[in-house]
Design a protein around this ligand. Structure first.
Ligand code: PMP
Length: 449
């Protein structure tokens, strides 16, 4: 039976009167008739206002690593309320959680907290600039580092004349001042030679190279092990700081994040999402000599809500669970089994496909090899994924509607979820083949767009 969205649609009309697009983040608007509102959640599942049930593979863009409304984390958050909210003073727990982060993430010799990934990356960049006295920085095409001017830039790959040339760098929407672009160098991902050219020319003006170890908002395209090691080596050689943005990968792809997985150590790193199962807290960790720049007369860092009682207590419990239990092993095993199950279905139909990223946050592609960088992805045909995703969502498997966000797995996803997911996936693949054939588009898989 087709899903009813009557209550969601009615609420959308009400919300639209007071909220631009009826939502609190542009990315939550999925069209006037398709924007959903969550009524409740538990573990791996969410329900919308019409009581449609979904197995959730978006997990709020990754934070909900233990599943929604995790009883222990929520109890800890309530306990945090016993201390209070904010005081413009510190509380005891900050040092305790900093010790935990430091123990789990090698690069985090010292730690400061923020409220969101955006704020953490802003602070990391400021510390790098404060420590080096330089303003420029490098980011990679296809990266996402949050919603602040310095990082809201994208490569205009579609309109490049020479596919290997330099794309125009455009802001993510209006309101980002053009002048901010002057400080930024934009480099293709997984291209160490290109990075070296930039560092050779301009290292004396660059504070940092800011890198996502896995492009968490570009289909989970991973850095190759050689590339991320080369970035480390080049940063050291040219005296530029390496900031590893682990807002999505931290405490998810390994207890020590992607840095542990790849065996690299940042000068400064950021962690956020999986650290508190969805409560608003993030952290900057880094080398002691760099982090000690945070002081009066040095680098300014702080904020009214920083390290509030509730998110901090949630973080402590969540991190202890991730450190001391098999939660991450289960996340990884589930992700691997889901990929294997999907491959069985696709192989049986001769559909070329591949996965990018890590089983706990992976992108699904309809060609033999996953894209290696943003340009590669932009030039690929994602019609099959986009069509399939519509079916999956309508039938209770909540993946990202476009192929840019990876599928996130939580420790609450279980056998029942896997069976339902694969069943719906199988029906969805057949439906997609039929739909594209009917529309005369055939199954455009594995081809360049
Ligand atoms: N960095 C990365 C790697 C991210 O994935 C995100 C969010 N998707 C951010 C920074 C920004 O975090 P937030 O949305 O919490 O501000």
């Amino acid at each position: 039976m087709a899903r009813s969205l009557q209550k969601n649609n009615a609420h959308f009309r009400r919300a639209l009167a007071k909220l631009p697009l009826g939502v609190s983040s542009n990315f939550r608007y999925w069209g006037d008739a398709k924007t959903l509102y969550v009524k409740t959640s538990r573990g791996p599942r969410i329900w919308d206002l019409d009581d449609n049930e979904y197995i959730d593979y978006r997990l709020g863009y990754g934070p909900v690593i233990l599943g929604h409304r995790h009883p222990e984390v929520d109890a800890a958050a309530r306990e945090g309320q016993e201390v209070g909210t904010v005081f413009a003073m510190s509380t005891e727990r900050e040092a305790i959680v900093a010790e935990l982060i430091s123990e789990m993430v090698e690069a985090a010799e010292l730690v400061r907290f923020s409220n969101s990934g955006t704020e953490a990356v802003m602070a990391a960049l400021r510390i790098a600039r404060g420590a080096t006295g330089r303003d420029g920085y490098v980011i990679f095409e296809g990266s996402y580092h949050g919603l602040f001017d310095a990082v809201m830039w994208q490569a205009n790959v579609e309109e490049m004349d020479d596919p290997d040339g330099e794309p125009e760098v455009l802001p993510f929407g209006y309101g980002v001042p053009g002048i901010a672009k002057q400080l930024l160098r934009h480099v293709p991902y997984n291209d160490a030679n290109h990075l070296e050219d930039v560092l050779k020319r301009e290292a004396d003006q660059l504070a940092a190279v800011l890198i996502e170890p896995i492009l968490g908002s570009c289909c989970g395209i991973p850095s190759t092990p050689e590339f991320i090691k080369a970035v480390r080596e080049l940063c050291t050689r040219y005296g530029v700081l390496m900031i590893v943005d682990e807002v999505k990968t931290g405490f998810r792809v390994a207890r020590g994040g992607a840095q542990q997985m790849y065996g690299v150590k940042a000068d400064i790193c950021t962690v956020a999402k999986a650290m508190a199962n969805g409560y608003p807290i993030a952290a900057i960790g880094g080398r002691e000599d760099l982090m000690r720049h945070c002081r009066p007369g040095g680098v300014t860092h702080g904020g009214t809500y920083t390290a509030g009682g509730m998110p901090l207590a949630a973080a402590e419990r969540c991190l202890r669970i991730l450190r001391d239990t098999d939660a991450l092993d289960r996340v990884h095993a589930y992700g691997g089994r889901m990929q294997a199950g999907m491959s069985r279905i696709l192989n049986a139909r001769g559909i070329p496909h591949s996965y990018a990223g890590h089983p706990s946050m992976s992108g699904l592609f309809f060609r033999d090899t996953p894209p290696r960088n943003y340009r590669d992805w932009k030039r690929s045909d994602y019609t099959f994924y986009d069509t399939l995703a519509q079916f999956l969502i309508e039938n209770g498997v909540m993946c990202e509607p476009d192929s840019r966000e990876p599928w996130f797995v939580s420790a609450a996803h279980d056998e029942a979820c896997l069976a339902t997911t694969l069943h719906v996936f199988e029906d969805g693949v057949d439906w997609t083949i039929r739909t594209l054939a009917r529309e005369g588009r055939g199954v455009h898989v594995g081809q360049e767009a």
